[in-house]
Write a protein that binds this ligand. Structure first.
Ligand code: PMV
Length: 320
């Protein structure tokens, strides 16, 4: 008897970044991280458990090769190697694989929909551990609001999962996404991390300073101090990108317009606006600011010729 479930989830943006793994198959991170879940951008995933064949369709395209195997292996985590065949149909309403954390929303929605369709009763912590094995950052999208992902110390990863730190309505901030490019990224995050760990002489410094960065950002969050939180976020961003750029061959996601947006936001700060930039494994810039400052931030981004999308803080993954 086929069973089915549908879940939606949102991407999250890391303020304190995850870059580097202590275990590749289990996606155990070398550093802890802290994120905020976004609203509006959504992955909507429908899973049929016990279907005539294994089939994965993302944004109306049937996945094949490595991309399909990645999803099949994830389904095995829930149902074991003898699981029934499954049909997975997923839609993103935002650009896939462009540093907008589509893998975070994808694997958190898939974790929830699959476990519901398979009748596996998982609590949010279990779901976060499961989602993590699909994509590290997905461990954080199980919850809305502000979420920390602890790197943990156990070899099996049981202590490496998301922890909700503050609810969605705790602080009414906005994230303005400057969409510099929406094509697929030049190098995937796992390959980029492995290359960084293997060849970047700055990498040990990144790992050594990361836990203090998480503590600093959490303190700023608890104090609702945007200047302090934004500065911690930018520092973590530049440190992460410094390790990427000092990797050989370099892992460079920035485009010329990335820099133009960064300069525009710095200029705004010079005018007394508390707006702070971050970038992930892609050319886009995300700007954290107060809701009242969104029009100023949007206008500054528009002046660089880049499209801006203002988002709020979103909910966790849920069944629909
Ligand atoms: O979850 P992944 O494997 O897509 O890695 C995400 C890495 C960054 O987005 C660059 C940083 C982060 O913490 O989200």
């Amino acid at each position: 008897m086929p069973r089915e479930a549908r879940a939606i989830a949102h991407p999250n943006i890391a303020l304190i970044k995850y870059w580097g793994k202590r275990d590749i198959p289990l996606n155990l991170p070398a550093v802890s991280s802290l994120s905020v879940t976004l609203d509006t951008f959504t992955t909507d995933t429908h899973v049929v458990w016990d279907s005539p064949s294994d089939e994965v369709i993302v944004n109306d395209v049937i996945l094949t090769g490595k991309a399909a195997s990645r999803v099949h292996r994830f389904l095995d985590l829930v149902g074991g190697p003898d699981r029934p065949k499954c049909r997975v149909v997923s839609h993103n309403n935002f650009p896939t694989a462009a540093g907008l954390a589509s893998s975070a929303s994808a694997f958190s929605a898939l974790a929830l929909a699959t476990s519901a369709a398979a009748n596996a009763s998982l609590d949010p912590i279990d779901l976060s551990r499961l989602a993590r094995q699909g994509s590290g950052s997905a461990s954080r999208s199980i919850w809305g609001g502000w979420v920390r992902w602890d790197k943990g110390a156990e070899a099996d990863g049981r202590d490496s999962h998301g922890v909700p730190v503050a609810a969605r309505d705790y602080w009414d901030l906005s994230v303005v996404v400057a969409v510099v490019g929406s094509g697929p990224k030049p190098i995937g995050s796992t390959a980029g991390m492995v290359r960084t760990q293997q060849t970047c002489p700055l990498y040990p410094g990144w790992v050594d300073s990361a836990e203090a960065d998480v503590r600093e950002a959490e303190e700023a969050l608890h104090a609702r101090d945007l200047d302090r939180l934004g500065a911690a976020m930018e520092r973590s961003t530049y440190k992460m990108h410094a390790t990427m750029i000092a990797t050989w061959p370099p892992v460079r996601y920035w485009r010329p317009r990335t820099l133009m947006v960064l300069e525009a936001i710095e200029k705004l700060r010079g005018q007394g606006i508390s707006a702070w930039s971050t970038m992930d494994a892609g050319p886009n810039v995300k700007v954290l600011c107060g809701r009242a400052d969104v029009p100023r931030v949007e206008a500054a981004i528009a002046e660089t010729g880049v499209e801006a999308r203002a988002l709020g803080i979103g909910e966790g993954a849920r069944l629909v």
